[in-house]
Design a protein around this ligand. Structure first.
Ligand code: NIG
Ligand code: FE
Length: 427
């Protein structure tokens, strides 16, 4: 580790200020033009205009990195991923194009079940290798922290295999990974006839064991038609809380079930998906500290016309975040910039709102806002630089990767030379 003086930030999006962001505060990016920052080891020690930061005594000794007029922002925090799975489900993609629905495919034994079968027969080493390659891709798109869930094992041995792969990944690569136990993804095939017994097992054995062994910080439930009901999810999340795990929930994606209200009742860190929210839900969420994590990659990939009500949530002061939901069934993307593009064009979020929803608010939902999510003195030096002149061009260009540098805790973990797209910058 070393000290860095970073200059040449045409726009330095600090995101300084209050956390979490609600309503109009989502538009406040704390932009410093011609910005600079000073880093000591893994932390930020000064942020400001170039002239001021350059004059600091510590700046003279630091290694210099001139970004030549790029837009710099906090590394993205992707607070919803299913990182660990062995293979794509491209054949289901093709079946959906031919007219089958996601839920139909799942009912016929495909969907989550087919990934569960694949995970069970894949050795930990292979899962580890594919995860490493994916984490490098996350980093290449500007992401510096992710959340990752289990949930494709669904027997004790296979769930442990996933959680242990996640734990080892922590040591083997630079990104931070917050770990979530999703033993309640679906009822696995062998328990199909006795779902209540599966929930009993989760509540009596698996959740307490995961918590005691310190294998996860969060516990998630897929609460929807075809997965777990609200009463089942309530029991699971209440147990998780009693064991010291913080609840998260997949809610209101395909059917309106009451999952969002359950998130409020159980003080969940976040409620994710939310396409089917009603007005009462929006009000309840906006009066709570539950982070509404929208996953626009799903509707895009599944080709569904539904949209999460991002505008209504923001306008009623709910805490909104965005995430990839990286998984083989509904959202096979690792690109937060692509998610920002979808949030702007499909959910009608402004570029500034989308950036806050991809940095400070997900940091809050992962309970890490004291160290990540903004560029402020004392926080980790987690940054992404984009080869654009104006931050709005990050979501404006889509399907291209303009992230030219990613830094995690003061170490450069990705860098590439980009040509500028349709603008001139002073280099
Ligand atoms: O977040 N909704 C539940 N879980 C995933 C989909 C998982 C899969 O299809 O493999 C999601 O969309
Ligand atoms: Fe998910």
């Amino acid at each position: 580790m070393s000290d860095w003086l970073i200059t040449g930030c045409s726009e330095l999006l600090t995101l300084r200020g209050s956390v979490p962001r609600r309503g109009r505060a989502l538009r406040e990016l704390g932009i410093i033009r011609d910005g600079a920052l000073l880093i000591h080891n893994d932390r930020i020690t000064a942020v400001g205009r170039r002239r001021r930061v350059e004059r600091l005594r510590e700046s003279r000794r630091a290694e210099k990195l001139d970004l030549g007029g790029r837009v710099v922002l906090p590394g993205f925090v992707d607070s919803h991923t299913h990182l660990i799975f062995p293979e794509s489900r491209a054949e289901e993609f093709e079946q959906r194009i031919a007219g089958k629905s996601y839920e139909e495919i799942a009912r016929n034994g495909g969907g989550i079940r087919s990934t569960v079968n694949a995970v069970r027969r894949t050795p930990a080493k292979a899962l580890h290798q594919s995860a490493l390659a994916r984490l490098a891709e996350f980093a290449a798109h500007g992401t510096t922290t992710i959340e990752a869930k289990s949930g494709y094992g669904l027997d004790w041995t296979s769930e442990l295999k996933i959680l242990n792969v996640l734990r080892r990944l922590h040591q083997d690569q630079p990104l931070d990974i917050a770990c979530t136990f999703l033993g309640a993804h679906i009822v696995p095939p062998e328990s199909r006839r006795r779902p209540a017994a599966f929930v009993d097992q989760l509540v009596r054995r698996w959740i307490p064991s995961v918590a005691t062994a310190g294998l996860a910080d969060f516990c998630d439930v897929f609460c929807d038609r075809g997965a777990f009901s609200v009463p089942q999810a309530r029991r699971i999340l209440a147990t998780a809380r009693a064991c010291g795990l913080v609840p998260r929930i997949h809610a209101e994606q395909f059917a309106h079930t009451g999952g969002a209200r359950l998130a409020v009742e159980q003080h969940a860190a976040s409620a994710d998906h939310l396409e089917m929210l009603d007005r009462g839900d929006i009000r309840a969420l906006s009066l709570s500290n539950v982070v509404c994590t929208l996953l626009p990659g799903c509707d895009f990939h599944l080709g569904l016309p539904q949209r999460a009500p991002a505008r209504a949530l923001i306008d009623s002061d709910a805490i909104v975040a965005l995430a990839t939901d990286f998984n083989p069934g509904t959202s096979p993307t690792l690109s937060m910039p692509m998610i920002l593009s979808l949030a702007c064009s499909q959910l009608r979020m402004t570029p500034a709102e989308a950036i806050s929803a991809a940095t400070v608010n997900p940091a809050y939902s992962l309970r890490q806002h004291d160290r990540i999510g903004s560029i402020e003195v004392g926080k980790y030096a987690d940054l992404a630089a984009f080869d654009v002149a104006d931050y709005r061009e990050i979501p404006y260009y889509f399907g291209v990767n303009l992230c030219s540098l990613t830094m995690k805790r003061g170490t450069v973990i990705h860098s590439k030379k980009c040509e500028t797209l349709g603008h001139e910058t002073a280099r």
